[in-house]
Design a protein around this ligand. Structure first.
Ligand code: NAI
Ligand code: 15L
Length: 270
């Protein structure tokens, strides 16, 4: 049974792919679930209070964070692209969220970071949370900013954060790269629950992947979080090999962990 660790949890990004899943599962983690997004969604589940808000609007964020005990921050632009929208949703948005958390006395945040913070490591390397960030685009840079921002709010204001560097969280892995980066929806909820319930979280970086045999990540520095994935990409391996072509080993999207993001071309696009 999931422990109801907090009275009121705020979930941002509730209209998104992962938000839709977490609107259901996070009801077990709290007495009251407040959810939010810029986009309209709904109707509200019986256990849910919906407040539509733009992360880029500081006053709306102050209102959104009132009476909240913990935040699961999934909101923001989730792909690479032109800088200005990422600046507003992911960089200013993260700043507004942490400022409102500070003003409202929120003490724990689970921040959806991304594997694209370290996208320029090679698929033949294993990395830990101590490896320096190597972002693979505007999007990865914005998540690296969020990780630094949350560390500052921990050092200065003792707001605890888990930066979960989500790999690829979908119903199932879609290609050979995702055999390493896959995070099942059930393991995503297990990971968030671990981050919400561990007695001392501090400021932690956790790679958000299932128990995949092929992996690029070593989570040894996050043992205090107590995340134990139960799913794996392994059962999908044979089918994925059958339906996808031999990888071109000279292609950057095969060489680097960030896959296609390392050569996606937002630069210059408006
Ligand atoms: P998504 O794109 O489906 O959902 C993101 C939501 O954020 C959207 O509903 C969007 O309307 C909302 N949003 C964007 N800008 C906003 C703003 N200014 N104010 C309020 N809401 C805003 O993304 P998904 O897949 O659900 O991912 C959730 C989070 O996890 C994102 O932060 C993403 O970067 C991160 N992540 C997801 C991965 C995945 O495999 N699904 C992998 C790595 C990270
Ligand atoms: C991400 O950060 C994206 O939000 C998601 O849509 C996937 O593309 C994922 O990374 C990935 O790397 O597979």
């Amino acid at each position: 049974m999931t422990i109801k660790s907090h009275n009121r949890i705020l979930l941002t990004g509730a209209a998104g792919g992962l938000g839709k899943v977490l609107r259901q599962s996070l009801k077990d983690n709290c007495n009251h679930l407040r959810t939010s997004d810029l986009a309209a969604y709904g109707p509200a589940h019986p256990w849910e209070e919906i407040i539509q808000a733009d992360l880029g609007d500081d006053q709306a964020m102050d209102h959104l964070l009132k009476d909240v005990n913990a935040v699961v921050h999934m909101g923001g632009i989730s792909l690479d692209g032109p800088f200005e929208p990422i600046l507003r949703s992911n960089i200013l948005g993260a700043y507004n969220l942490y400022e409102s958390a500070r003003k409202n006395g929120v003490k724990r945040i689970v921040f959806a970071s991304s594997n694209h913070v370290t996208g320029f490591y090679r698929q033949s390397e294993t990395i830990t949370a101590s490896h320096p960030p190597r972002p693979d685009g505007h999007y990865g840079l914005s998540k690296a900013f969020g990780e630094d921002l949350s560390r500052f709010y921990y050092d200065r204001f003792q707001i605890e954060t888990a930066c979960i560097r989500i790999g690829s969280s979908f119903e199932e892995p879609r290609d050979r790269r995702m055999l390493a980066s896959f995070l099942s929806y059930a393991d995503l909820h297990r990971l968030i629950t671990a981050c919400l319930t561990t007695p001392v979280l501090g400021h932690s970086i956790v790679f958000g992947v299932s128990d995949n045999s092929v992996t690029w990540y070593d989570n040894a520095q996050a043992k205090h979080v107590g995340y134990h994935p139960k799913d794996s990409s392994d059962p999908y391996r044979e089918a994925i090999f059958e339906k996808t072509p031999e990888p071109d080993l000279s292609s950057p999207s095969v060489q680097y962990q960030g896959g296609a993001f390392v050569s996606a071309g937002p630069f210059g696009l408006k």
